[in-house]
Ligand binder design. Structure first.
Ligand code: URA
Length: 214
């Protein structure tokens, strides 16, 4: 399903390419845009959780005998959307892991300096014991992702993965430099950033398109 280097994984599955095309298309209706984001977040969750350790358990089979099974400890997972666009990825992730906890990091970017400023932070207790999946559809300059990950680490998080729909090489380079321990999973690695900090070719403003605010 994917091509990978050690810490950056770019999904290459035809379904991912196909769904991304709906997002990139300018006149995709909002309902189709949202449905495509949700479907992509399912595929992204599948890949993101690939290395999660499993617990051994036993189940009773219909014939009354016991069988050894493996289960995921859903409580070990904490999804952390970066507000507000990251919320678009959350529903699909929770479809697959409904008992995961959810933290929120509010970051807004200054449109002149492109620096990230935190305005909200709330994560579950015992964050140091959880696998934190930070969600943001676009990894552009990397400033918001860096600020969110740095803040999570300050709160005690040790195991962090960053999941996005589209990444720019600039954002990937920044995260790899500052947070070499954080794996990046993306549906696409695009060409570059433009002078306004938008990803090229990208899909425009992910939050505006998802929430219908442009
Ligand atoms: N945020 C977006 O929504 N789109 C971009 O291209 C970059 C940052």
């Amino acid at each position: 399903m994917s091509s990978s280097s050690s810490m950056v994984r770019v999904l290459t599955h035809p379904l991912v390419r196909h769904k991304l095309a709906f997002l990139r298309q300018r006149d995709t209706p909002i309902a189709v845009f949202r449905a495509s984001v949700r479907e992509l977040s399912l595929l992204l969750a599948y890949e993101t959780l690939e290395d999660l350790p499993l617990m051994h358990a036993k189940v009773l089979l219909p014939d009354g005998t016991q069988a050894a099974v493996e289960r995921m400890d859903e409580a070990q997972i904490c999804f952390v959307p970066i507000l507000r666009a990251g919320c678009g990825l959350l529903d699909g992730m929770l479809d697959l892991v409904p008992s995961a906890s959810v933290g929120h990091v509010g970051m807004q970017r200054d449109h002149v300096t492109l620096e990230a400023e935190e305005y909200y932070f709330k994560v579950p207790d015992h964050i140091h014991q959880k696998c934190c999946i930070v969600l943001d559809p676009m990894l552009a300059t990397g400033n918001s992702a860096d600020a969110a990950i740095t803040r999570l680490k300050q709160a005690g998080a040790k195991n962090i993965i960053f999941a996005c729909l589209i990444a720019a090489p600039e954002g990937v380079a920044l995260l790899q430099k500052i947070h070499p321990d954080v794996r990046i999973i993306t549906c696409s690695l695009d060409e570059k950033l433009n002078e306004k900090g938008y990803i090229v070719p990208g899909l425009g403003d992910a939050g505006d398109r998802f929430f219908g605010t442009n």
